[in-house]
Design a protein around this ligand. Structure first.
Ligand SMILES: [Zn+2]
Length: 284
């Protein structure tokens, strides 16, 4: 059996030639200014958030280990001040892969379950483990920014944190948002289909209308984009719940598909079939 971290590696594996090659020499880290002192870095794996102030930098997620030096160079390209804090939004390898590299520079913050799940992996490195953990969240103050780390109950995993930069008015959702289509819900990692939607709806209710949103995967977006994503998940849950209540088999549900309206939400890692199977397993 493959480990769970392998599953998250799949997110990018399908766009590369092979999981095992892990040749990321061609991957470029791109920096996008979001708002205030907050930036988004993209390369391979989950989107990275950076708060860059004169008092130091804060990093949200760190993709894959082979990219660590490129990520560091991209941060230094914004400003050359010291890295002060690192946040892991959840345990998946495409968000925590460079932990061991960056942990020598600053402490890693995460929900307790992130540490527990990383520690449970047979080949884990002690240096890759978060060293400050919390149950519900914590607030980090850096220069004039208030960085709110907010834990949500079972959704993408059982250790999800979203990061809200209050002054800049920017939200990093972690993988509680796949801007590119159907979400990956890690049921074996403590995730929940209904919990995922409840968390997304709660975030939409909490956030100001003009918030800028860095999704876990996909393009920089806004509340309208997040709302559309919530509607798609709501529609999917209702459709599959109804079919299950009518006694339909998995085969029948897969044959009926997700419907015309949302067919185009399939992408390399989460096909229509995989999304439907997750819904069936999670809603049964
Ligand atoms: Zn993930």
């Amino acid at each position: 059996m493959f480990k769970k971290s392998w599953l998250s590696l799949c997110v990018i594996a399908l766009t590369l030639t092979s999981v095992h090659a892990q040749d990321m020499s061609d991957v470029e880290i791109k920096t996008t200014a979001v708002a205030g002192n907050v930036y988004m870095l993209t390369g391979a794996g989950g989107n990275i958030g950076v708060l860059a102030t004169e008092a130091g930098l804060l990093l949200v997620d760190d993709q894959f280990q082979p990219l660590a030096k490129k990520i560091e160079a991209a941060m230094q390209g914004i400003n050359n001040n010291q890295l002060k804090y690192i946040v892991n939004t959840h345990y998946h390898g495409d968000h925590t892969g460079s932990n061991a590299f960056f942990s020598h520079k600053a402490p890693i913050f995460a929900h307790q379950n992130v540490r527990s799940r990383l520690q449970a992996e047979q080949d884990h490195q002690t240096a890759a483990l978060p060293v400050v953990t919390y149950d519900n969240g914590v607030t980090i103050y850096l220069q004039d920014e208030e960085v709110q780390l907010i834990h949500f109950p079972a959704g993408h995993t059982d250790g999800d944190t979203v990061v809200y930069f209050k002054q800049a008015n920017v939200l990093h959702t972690g993988d509680l948002f796949f801007e590119l289509g159907f979400p990956y819900i890690d049921l074996d990692g403590g995730g929940s289909v209904k919990g995922y939607l409840a968390n997304v709806n709660q975030l939409l209710a909490m956030m100001p209308d003009d918030v800028a949103i860095i999704p876990g995967h996909g393009q920089l977006t806004d509340k309208a984009g997040y709302s559309a994503f919530a509607k798609m998940i709501d529609f999917s849950i209702k459709r599959v719940s109804k079919a299950l209540a009518e006694g339909k088999s998995e085969q029948q549900i897969l044959a009926a598909g997700i419907g015309e309206q949302y067919k185009d939400q399939a992408w390399s890692f989460i096909s229509e079939e995989r999304w439907l199977k997750t819904l069936i397993k999670g809603l049964k």
